[in-house]
Write a new protein. Sequence first.
Length: 139
Amino acid sequence: MAPDRPAALVTGSASGIGRAAALRLARAGYDVAINYSRSADAAQTTLAELESLGGRHLALRADVSDDAAVAALAGEAGQTFGRLDALVNNAGMTSQTRRTTWTASTWPNGTGCSPSTSAACSRSRGPARRCCGRRGAAW
């Protein structure tokens, strides 16, 4: 563990914008925990690219729409790195339904993530802070 290096958790980071954020953080000197739900192959590819940049990185599978899974995700990342300084709430899913047909009751099912997903990730900072004993920018 390199306690002098900041650490970040990026949800939904196996590909796309989350992947780009994770790589940017690694290039800036962060140890990065990436999160995926179903795209294990893409996560492993992203993890390999992160590892080529140096530092410590890990890929963690978790469904961020599940509060218990989010708490475990943040706890494992915090325990591994000894700190968590940044959180990027990026997780989401694509949908084949037209967004113009979504209603308040179908929104979470249409995206796989609801506004409460970001709240769950942000709330997870408590267990991470307790396990790490440190306070960072977002934690």
